[in-house]
Design a protein around this ligand. Sequence first.
Ligand SMILES: [Zn+2]
Length: 216
Amino acid sequence: MAAIMDEGALRLRMAQVMKAMDDRGLNRGTSGNVSARCGAAMLVTPSGVPAALLTPEQMVLVQADGSTAPGALKPSSEWRMHQGLLERRPDINAVVHCHSRHATILACANRPIPAVHYMVAVSGGTSVPVAPYATFGSPELAQGVVEALDGRYAALMANHGQIVVAPSLDFALAIAEEIEEQAAVYWGTLAIGGPTLLAADEMNTILQRFKSYGQR
Ligand SMILES: [Zn+2]
C-alpha cells in the first residue's frame, strides 16, 4: 500500500511524476495529468502548465463538490474523470493519464491490448480494454473510463490515450510506463504477422502471482 503522504508531500510527488513522464517519453507538452486523493478532496494538476514549469504549489485542491480555493489555478480539463475514479475506487489513491505514443496508436485503432506478454497483467486483468470515445473533459468520458477500469488498474481511451489508477502515484507511474511498453510490443507484433497470445489459464496464474507479491 501507499505510504501516507501529507498534502505537501503529495504536491511535490505529483510535480515529480509529471516531470518523470516527460523524461521517459510518456508525455509531451501540456497533455498529461495526474491526481492524488487528499483526505475527502483531491489534488489535480492545473490546466495548461507544461511539466517542466510545474511547481508543487500549482497543484489544485478540488473539493468533493468541485469547488477550488480563491486564487487557485484552473484544474486540468479532465478533473471530472479523476474525481469520478477516486470516488468510485476506494482501493486507489492516484490517477495518471497520458498520451504516450504506442498506447495512443492502439487507442486510435480501438484495439485493446490482448495477452501478448505476461506483463499485461500489471493492468490487473488479462487484457487492457479501450474505454469508449467521448469529448475530453466531458462527464460522458469520465463515466466511460470509470466503467472500463472496473476492477482494473489500466485502460486505453479511444482516440485519446491511456489512463492508470493505483494505490500510489509511484505505482501509477510504473504501470503507465509498462502499459506503454506493452502497447509498443503489441504494435510491433502486428507489424510482423501478429502475436502468439498467452493462454487464459496462464494469464490467470500470472494475475494471482502478481496479487500475492503485495508490495510491488
Ligand atoms: Zn488527455
